[in-house]
Design a protein. Structure first.
Length: 296
């Protein structure tokens, strides 16, 4: 089977398929990170290729073929047929291509990572690491983080949580590559002025989506150091703290306001009443209406 020409992949930061109409894609992008949930919709043979200035991590949840070849620069060609529940890592600039006659319709998640993403502490040198390609492997920590990122495409919890997952993913790639040691321990908590400044910002922006990078800039720290220092000081990650403060505000409004549950949901940053009710019940074991009645 004739493969795609190299230029077919370099023109796009996403994996190219031929014929292109056989795939259904859903993607979400955050700073330095793009996650794409993809499934093949027909059983006809297809080709694929990728080469771009981004790292590519593939989580194949369902991938079995009657025949085919997968090639990655620097690795032997593989004709492995059972590829479900495997991971593949393609370093930036590395060519990845192949073809297959599918036995099961492919379902996978692609994570495109900017090597110079601003999420990590520059001292870690993520953009300078020479990563090694890996084909059809499994690592439980990477797999579970990829599952969480896939859920952010399907049902997002906000950019702050997604960015935190991106930081975790990059550190797991560093660990896997064995090119740099993980930090031995987290740095200390936030200074008093940092805690006050961040907490005040959250309180005045409760109904808004707050990126992790915004809070990190307020504290004058890298997102990585900020996330670890924040949890050390507040006992929970930043996205969790934001949610808890929203729920506390909702409790006050339920007790002191005659506004409807829908109106209160909007005031604390939930577009859908059902999402607000689910989050409130998860944290309090009561629906907003039940909580309001208990105050009477």
């Amino acid at each position: 089977m004739n493969l795609l020409t190299p230029s077919a992949a370099t023109s796009s930061p996403t994996v190219a398929f031929s014929p292109p109409g056989i795939v259904e894609r859903h993607a979400t992008q955050w700073r330095g990170l793009q996650v794409e949930s993809l499934r093949v919709t027909t059983a006809e043979p297809f080709q694929y290729q990728f080469q771009a200035p981004y790292h590519l991590l593939i989580m194949a949840e369902q991938a079995e073929r009657y025949d085919g070849e997968t090639q990655v620069d620097g690795l032997p060609m593989s004709n492995q047929r059972e590829c479900s529940r495997t991971l593949t890592f393609i370093p930036a600039g590395t060519r990845f291509h192949g073809w297959q006659k599918p036995r099961l319709l492919k379902k996978c998640t692609y994570c495109y990572i900017d090597p110079n993403a601003p999420l990590l502490d520059p001292e870690l040198g993520f953009g300078r690491i020479e990563f090694k390609p890996r084909l059809f492997f499994f690592d439980r920590d990477l797999w579970e983080t990829m599952l969480k990122l896939k859920r952010q495409v399907e049902k997002p919890d906000g950019p702050m949580y997604a960015e935190a997952l991106g930081i975790v993913l990059m550190h797991e790639l560093l660990r896997l590559n064995n090119s740099i040691a993980q930090p031995a321990s987290a740095r200390g908590g936030l200074a008093g002025w940092q805690q006050k400044r961040v907490a005040q910002y959250v309180e005045t922006h409760l109904s808004e989506s707050i990126p992790l990078t915004t809070l990190a800039e307020l504290a004058r720290l890298s997102p990585y150091h900020f996330a670890r220092s924040f949890k050390h000081s507040f006992g929970v990650p930043p996205h969790r703290y934001h949610l808890l403060r929203r729920m506390e505000q909702a409790k006050l409004l339920l007790g002191k306001s005659r506004a409807s549950v829908t109106e209160i949901a909007l005031q604390v940053g939930f577009r859908e009443t059902s999402s607000f009710t689910a989050a409130f019940r998860k944290l309090t074991d009561h629906s907003p209406t039940e909580y309001r009645r208990s105050l009477d």
